[in-house]
Every structure is written in structure tokens, then in C-alpha cells.
Design a protein around this ligand. Structure first.
Ligand code: PMV
Length: 360
């Protein structure tokens, strides 16, 4: 598919006013997306677990304007209060998607949005937020074009969400989602994410992700700045090639449930992401001392308990602790006894693999 396939031809119906609501989850990448090309295209393919508890709920109340406006007409309410600071991001999202949703200037939108997780938790809400917003807007199009297939709806929702925030394209469906062209994955695309199309062992079905909030402050490096650091980065090409290789290796891991290999790939991906930031110009250390303490504890506990607990990281200090359902008692006890002490104010979030966004 190409960009053109997402430009609508003609609507069968016109709608005047209404309200639509979607709840979209966050996601955690196993193979990381870090580096992008013009047009919000990824420099390498990535794969993620869709989460469940960490989510954004967004409602759009729309009403048709007397005549199309020259600018986008919208108000933004975040957790019950108007939020002017978020408007420029939405404005630029509207600009990027207008070709694909040409009715945007014909309506006034009241956008009401809230997160299931606290705002200052160091958890980025851009993936779930942009996915929920894209879904609401696309639902309007579906009402004007009721024949739209579910498959196309999911693809276009992912395509639109990507234009808001890259990783948001992996927050439409569950539970194992791949984004970016990879020659060994049929149907994979840089334009939108797909459900991982091959066999996945049942061990991955109820995977847990306990998010340890080590640092709840604002991100030290924004994603935009971070992705840009990969331009001219001395190790960029090797890194991109490594992501392709790791995805290829995961195929057998997912099929067989080989947790030892899974852990090796996932932890190596997390550390590579941080290594890229440490070796760019300018360079950053986004881990905190407590991030390292947690990693050491996980490694020690894994060796002594013979469990399969492992960690991954986003572009920050928080640690995602991953473990299978059949080890949850042992690992959760370990988290409470030994890891929570390293979290800011003892805060953490219990999440697990989820099944994608829902219309509310
Ligand atoms: O979607 P963005 O532009 O915020 O980038 C997210 C990048 C990582 O979270 C660090 C990795 C990933 O693949 O989600």
C-alpha cells in the first residue's frame, strides 16, 4: 500500500454532529524504533507488546461549521481542564493528516482526553494519546463511509496515529504488533503497524509488565530530539541492521517460547537504545543510579530463582519488568520486596499485555 491508498475518494453520507469515544492503550517495544526518515517513517522495524492498564481515553464532540474554516477549529480539555500547551501538537497533527481526512476544516471539535496513569509519572502518553485521537477522527470517516472494512479501518487508524507519534501506530491493535518493513515478515510496512502474523507460543499470551517509576520528571530528551540524534550517528547503520537481525531471531523465539533467547534479545535492545544515546553528539545518560540497581537485582534474582524475569527500558530511567503469567507470584513478591524501594515515592504500575484499542 502507498500513501495514496489512504486518501478517501468520496463520502456516501455527510454527518452534522455527534460524539465518538475511544480508549487506546500504550505499548512497550521489544525491538526498539529509534531513528526516523522524512514523513515519520522508521529507520528500522520494531515490535511491541500492546499494554492494557496504561491507556488514554479520548472523546470528540463534533459539529459541522456553517462554512469550512480556514484554520482547524478545536478546543482541548485534558483531565477536565482546558490545556492550551497541548494545542500546537494537535494542530500540527491535523496538518499532517488533512490530506487523508479532508473534512477536518468543516467541523468544530471539542476534544476531551484523559490518561489512566498520572500525568507526572514519566510515562509518555503520546502513543496512547495519538492512537485514541486518530481512532476518533477515523470513526467519523467511517460514519461517512459505512462500507469501510475492519481491516482497512485498523490500517488507516495506525497510519494516521503514526503521523502523530511513530510508536502510536503500534497502539491500535493487540497483542504483539510490528511496525516497519522487514523482509522476513509478510505484510510489514513502514506506513502502518500490523498484528504479528506468525505463530506465537502461549507463554507470551499473558505476559506481565510492571513499570517501575524511577524518575517521574519530564523527559530529559524529547523523542524528536532523540530520533534526530541518529542522523550522522557513527553506529546508526549497524544499529538498524541489528534491529532487522533481532526481529528475524524473534521469529523462532515467539514460535517456540524460548524465553532464554527472548530475554537476551529484549535486554540487549534496551541497552542498545541507551548506548545509542550515550554515543551520539550531544550525548545523554538517561538511566539513573536506581535504574542500574534494579537491573543488577533482576539479574541476580533471575540466576538464583531460575525464573525468566527480564527488563526493558524506554528513552528514560523507568524500568519495565517483564515476566510470564506462570511466574507472577514469585516475581511480584520479588518486585515488592526488592525493587519498589528504588522507585520514586515507591510508585509503580502493574500492567500486562493487552488486546488493543476499544470504542467506548
Ligand atoms: O513514538 P516516539 O517518537 O515517541 O518514539 C518512541 C521511541 C521509543 O519509545 C524509545 C522506542 C519505541 O519503539 O517505542
Amino acid at each position: 500500500m502507498t500513501n495514496k491508498d489512504f486518501v478517501p475518494v468520496r463520502y456516501q453520507h455527510r454527518i452534522r454532529e455527534g460524539k465518538v469515544t475511544f480508549k487506546a492503550p500504550s505499548n512497550i517495544a521489544l525491538v526498539k524504533y529509534w531513528g526516523k526518515r522524512t514523513g515519520q517513517l522508521p529507520a528500522n522495524p520494531s515490535i511491541s507488546f500492546t499494554l492494557d492498564a496504561c491507556a488514554t481515553t479520548t472523546s470528540i464532540t463534533y459539529s459541522k461549521l456553517e462554512k469550512p474554516y480556514t484554520k482547524f477549529s478545536f478546543e482541548l480539555i485534558f483531565e477536565g481542564k482546558p490545556k492550551e500547551e497541548f494545542k500546537p501538537k494537535i494542530e500540527s497533527f491535523f496538518e499532517r493528516i488533512e490530506t487523508y481526512l479532508p473534512f477536518l476544516k468543516e467541523y468544530h471539535f471539542k476534544i476531551e482526553t484523559s490518561n489512566s496513569f498520572p500525568h507526572s509519572s514519566g510515562i509518555a502518553s503520546s502513543a496512547s494519546g495519538m492512537a485514541a485521537l486518530a481512532l476518533c477522527l477515523l470513526q467519523m470517516e467511517k460514519e461517512m463511509d459505512p462500507g469501510m472494512s475492519e481491516d482497512f479501518f485498523n490500517r488507516k487508524a495506525s497510519f494516521l496515529a503514526r503521523l502523530g507519534s511513530g510508536s502510536a501506530c503500534r497502539s491500535i491493535q493487540g497483542n504483539l504488533i510490528q511496525w516497519g518493513e522487514h523482509k522476513e515478515t509478510k505484510g510489514s510496512s513502514d506506513l502502518f503497524a500490523i498484528k504479528y502474523p506468525y505463530k506465537v507460543d502461549s507463554i507470551f499470551q499473558n505476559y506481565h509488565d510492571t513499570i517501575l517509576l524511577v524518575d517521574k520528571g519530564q523527559k530529559q530528551v524529547s523523542s524528536t530530539v532523540g530520533h534526530n540524534l541518529m542522523h550522522g550517528h557513527p553506529f546508526a547503520e549497524q544499529r538498524f541492521a541489528e534491529a532487522h537481525k533481532n526481529l528475524s531471531s524473534l521469529k523462532e523465539v515467539f514460535a517456540t517460547g524460548d524465553l532464554k533467547k527472548f530475554i537476551q534479545i529484549v535486554e540487549s535492545e534496551a541497552l542498545t537504545l541507551h548506548a545509542m544515546m550515550m554515543t551520539s553528539i550531544p550525548y545523554f545518560i538517561l538511566m539513573k543510579p536506581n535504574t542500574l540497581k534494579i537491573i543488577e537485582k533482576i539479574w541476580k534474582f533471575r540466576a538464583s530463582s531460575k525464573t525468566h524475569v527480564c527488563f526493558t527500558l524506554d528513552a528514560g530511567a523507568n524500568v519495565h519488568v517483564l515476566y510470564p503469567e506462570n511466574e507472577k507470584q514469585k516475581v511480584y513478591q520479588f518486585i515488592k520486596d526488592e525493587l519498589v524501594a528504588y522507585c520514586e515515592n515507591g510508585h509503580y504500575i502493574c500492567d500486562r499485555i493487552g488486546f488493543g484499542a476499544k470504542k467506548v
